[in-house]
Design a protein. Structure first.
Length: 328
């Protein structure tokens, strides 16, 4: 069948994204064909588009979507035609009306969760899940502990604010404006810091009585890196999971000793969802907190899929908050 999709032929700016006709066939072994209702927008899409995360060209974009299964390939047993589904998955390609893709990371979407919510929450919600539930400092996290979460008003951040509060954690959120700080506070952040007008290291030390933190969750990268390390208590964990401000310069491991025998990790969702069983367990956890109302998925922006170039411009200009979806 012939459908429309977003493709690009070389790394570069949003202007490289083209709305084109492509042919989609039947799923092969281990694959599924999904007709999208809604697609999610994430900062990793920018990394792919610019070439920070290189891909073979020409390429598609998008790691997240929700829709209905049209057909399943040989060996796929957890899905059937007609199922409502959502996913966060490799390879990129969700910016399309229909796609054939590996079935491993595609999950049946509960009836009480809409396609829009499903498309908005899978990559961001599963990221919040592995950070708060699996990426822990020495001794783990306990109710009452303070954690620092950068970009707290973003898609992952607003989910993390709510989920951290649900877990009894005191999340200190940073954002780039007073409005974004208020948004994070309204979603459960115990404290908020405007890093444009405040020294977040000084503020964290004041909030923690000079003790510092067990863990920092940092998707900003270059601009917050050094300050994040300064916020950690001895044996604290620096958990990097993104580079929104640019990649961090190479570091010498020796600097971690004098700063308090710190731990450093660079996390990625796709290591955590590298099996069908792990994907489903994490998705079930996400579905539970969303279905219970403990986490409300905030969709703040909507764009038509064919207008995704503007969505990328707004995302890179820090004009967006919460989750953004692309409608078919």
């Amino acid at each position: 069948m012939t459908i429309h999709a977003i493709k690009f032929n070389a790394p570069g700016g949003p202007e490289n994204l083209e709305w084109v006709e492509v042919t989609v066939g039947d799923p092969g072994p281990g694959e599924v064909r999904v007709r999208h209702h809604t697609v999610g927008l994430n900062f990793i899409d920018v990394y792919h588009r610019t070439g920070l995360y290189p891909m073979p060209m020409p390429a598609g974009l998008g790691m997240e979507g929700a829709g209905v299964v049209e057909a399943v390939g040989e060996g796929v047993t957890h899905l059937k035609a007609g199922d409502r589904v959502a996913y966060a998955a490799n390879p990129p390609g969700s910016y399309a009306e229909v796609r054939v893709m590996p079935a491993m990371n595609v999950c049946v979407l509960p009836d009480n969760i809409s396609f829009e919510t499903g498309a908005a929450m899978m990559l961001k919600g599963l990221t919040a899940q592995y950070l708060l539930k699996k990426t822990h400092p020495v001794g783990g996290l306990r109710a009452g502990d303070y954690i620092l979460f950068h970009a707290a008003a973003g898609g992952v951040g607003l989910i993390a604010c709510q989920w951290a509060k649900h877990l009894g954690l005191n999340l200190i959120g940073t954002a780039g404006s007073d409005e974004k700080c208020e948004l994070a506070k309204a979603h459960g952040a115990a404290h908020v810091i405007n890093y444009k007008t405040q020294d977040f290291v000084k503020e964290v030390k004041a909030i923690t009585g000079g003790k510092g933190l067990k863990v920092v969750y940092d998707s900003v990268g270059k601009d917050t890196w050094e300050g994040s390390l300064q916020c950690l208590a001895p044996f604290g964990l620096m958990a990097s999971f993104g580079n929104a401000s640019g990649p961090v310069e190479p570091i010498a491991p020796g600097i971690l000793g004098p700063k308090g025998s710190l731990y450093l990790t660079r996390q990625t969702l796709f290591t955590h969802i590298s099996s069908r069983e792990a994907t489903q367990a994490m998705a079930d956890d996400l579905f539970d907190v969303v279905s219970s109302g403990a986490v409300d998925i905030k969709i703040e922006q909507r764009y038509a899929l064919k207008d995704v170039a503007q969505a990328h411009r707004d995302l890179e200009a820090r004009k967006t908050t919460g989750c953004t979806i692309l409608t078919i």
